[in-house]
Design a protein around this ligand. Sequence first.
Ligand code: FE2
Length: 324
Amino acid sequence: MHGSEGQEREAGRREEIPLISSPGGNVAPSTPRRGGGVFSPAPGQRPPFLGHGAGLRRCHYPDVLSGSVECDWFEVITENFLGAGGRARRILFSIRERFPVVLHGVSLSIGGCDPIRGDYLEALRGLASELEPPWISDHLCFTSARGHNSHDLLPLPYTEESLAHVERRVLQVQDFLGRAIALENASSYVTFLHSTLSEWEFLAELAARTGCGILLDLNNLDVSCHNHGWERESYLQGIPPGSVWQFHLAGPSEMGPLLIDTHDHPVPDRVWELYRRAVRRFGAVSSLVEWDDKIPEWSVLSAERQKAARLMDEELRRGPGDPS
Ligand SMILES: [Fe+2]
């Protein structure tokens, strides 16, 4: 259903160009480039802790450009900056001079059956070589089929067959980009009857096989667990420590019996509680607040970011083994 995550939409479809990797896509990840001394995670390597950031949205550009905001880092929607030049890209690079900026994509379609778009990857690699993001992320989902872009993050069947399929494609992408990527658990509203693995088993095995990172969205975890009756603690315990590169925090909407991933509310208490539990399990992981609709003024978003920093600090002070 939802899940466009602030994408201000691509300007039309791009031409599809087959990837240059082998047809099977079973290629060994290459040595990551380390342009300008900037860290590019190799498969299986966890990037540095950046602190507590916010999703950068257009309405906050003036605040951020004024130099008056406090924020450890920003995340931007990749697709909004893939075109060469333009005002948006100039602003992005201006912000990058002062803050780390992570690229978060919404249209890689890593689980899809269409060939991964070579022009998309070319543009992403070009942008990354200039922007030098600490890491690049997208979603565990598919977004297009037979060339039709759904503009949505659609769930996958969790089977051995689809795991092998996604594994091949992650290795293709990582080889093309010359760096590991992170994949986020998307919110979902339906599941496949023939799934044989849980979402967390699928993610954990994918990370183990490819060395990709996991962007653990705790709001999405809460939404999907609520909608499907999954155990939140089983999910957290099923994700291996060391594989999580980043947390997302956001607020969903209630719609009848469902939670909908709208990103238009403050982070609810139950997600803050999940965040505490996640910090106890995974430690100091770069954390980011997303707010994509009914976006409040910067001070409100920043207060959420500061709350995340405070809660992480409290949990880290407790130390491991203190579950109280
Ligand atoms: Fe997210």
